[in-house]
Design a protein around this ligand. Structure first.
Ligand code: SF4
Ligand code: SF4
Ligand code: SF4
Length: 301
């Protein structure tokens, strides 16, 4: 098989044992670029479907832009450009935070999702959640967390890219933040508060300020950039169970692996990627950042 990833790693890093594997692993030179094309095709399909069914050109622009950004990132990764993931994070993260959130005043956070859900409207945040955080993870796992989240876009700039302390047993906090967001929006509806859209906009601003403050503080306290993702983020309540079934996952070639443990040491999410089972330690935490793949001395991933 032709090597398409850094350090000569083999092309089967992503366990899409069916179509995607075949697409990536072809033996012609062009086939190594199948992945960006597949990603673009997936997003274009979503873009065109939503554009035609919703009759709104915005969806064509929105998902085409996101698809192009992700495809560009995958292409740059294949070209072994070391900032490939950062570029996607900035392209998608800033677009969603600044353009959709601040300029278009769409609350794309979890409160926005509850809000649109309660109003029964399949728009904006509900579509975003359906694609990126509920059904999308069945295909691309927690790719959202590795490449698109605007919170992680900032947290990943902090100094603790690899956790310096063992993981804490604080995951239960995410269920509290999840419930709090639901109760907050439900209370607005039950109290029949007027102009909820305006409240949602300010909740988006306040929520982001809070997330960034908590995320940065936790990163320094636990010496782990992704502490917020591991313990606090309410969205993981959706992401984790769905990504358990993800089509795309990193697999280990046991014949090549020398059990040096480097992959686990460089993993920001403490995943035991040498275990190929779906029940592997912290398996639903994988954000597909590829640090393990890049650092494996035996190209076993
Ligand atoms: S866990 Fe939450 S904060 Fe972290 S990257 Fe995923 S969505 Fe963003
Ligand atoms: S870094 Fe590679 S060789 Fe070392 S344990 Fe991980 S998969 Fe095996
Ligand atoms: S380093 Fe960890 S989070 Fe990143 S791809 Fe590997 S297993 Fe997943």
């Amino acid at each position: 098989m032709e090597n398409v990833f850094p350090h000569g790693s083999r092309c089967g890093i992503l366990d899409a044992e069916t179509v995607i594997q075949i697409g990536i692993c072809g033996n012609t030179k062009m086939k190594k670029y199948a992945m960006p094309v597949i990603m673009l095709a997936v997003f274009e399909t979503i873009a065109i479907t939503l554009w035609l069914t919703k009759g709104n050109l915005f969806y064509l622009f929105n998902f085409s832009y996101i698809g192009l950004s992700i495809s560009l990132g995958v292409f740059l990764f294949i070209k072994q450009y070391k900032h490939a993931r950062r570029i996607v994070q900035l392209l998608v993260g800033l677009y969603m935070l600044v353009y959709l959130g601040l300029i278009c005043r769409e609350n794309m956070q979890i409160e926005g999702f509850w809000y649109y859900l309660f109003t029964g409207v399949f728009e904006a945040a509900t579509i975003h959640y359906a694609v990126a955080k509920i059904f999308g993870p069945l295909i691309f796992g927690r790719g959202w967390c590795g490449y698109a989240c605007w919170t992680a876009m900032v947290l990943d700039l902090l100094p603790y890219k690899v956790p310096k302390q063992p993981r804490k047993k604080l995951e239960w906090i995410r269920y509290i933040t999840f419930a709090a967001s639901l109760i907050f929006v439900a209370a607005l509806f039950l109290a029949k508060v007027g102009n909820i859209e305006r409240i949602m906009f300010w909740a988006f601003i306040a929520g982001n300020v809070l997330y960034y403050a908590a995320g940065i503080m936790l990163a320094y306290v636990f010496k782990d950039n992704r502490a917020f993702c591991k313990y606090i983020c309410p969205i993981t309540v959706f992401l984790k169970p769905m990504s358990y079934f993800s089509l795309l996952r990193i697999k280990c070639d046991k014949e090549k692996c020398i059990s040096c443990g480097k992959c686990k040491r460089v993993c920001p999410m403490n995943v035991d990627v040498t275990d190929n089972s779906r029940k592997r330690e912290n398996g639903t935490e994988c954000i597909l950042c590829m640090e393990c793949v890049k650092n494996c001395p035996k190209s076993a991933l």
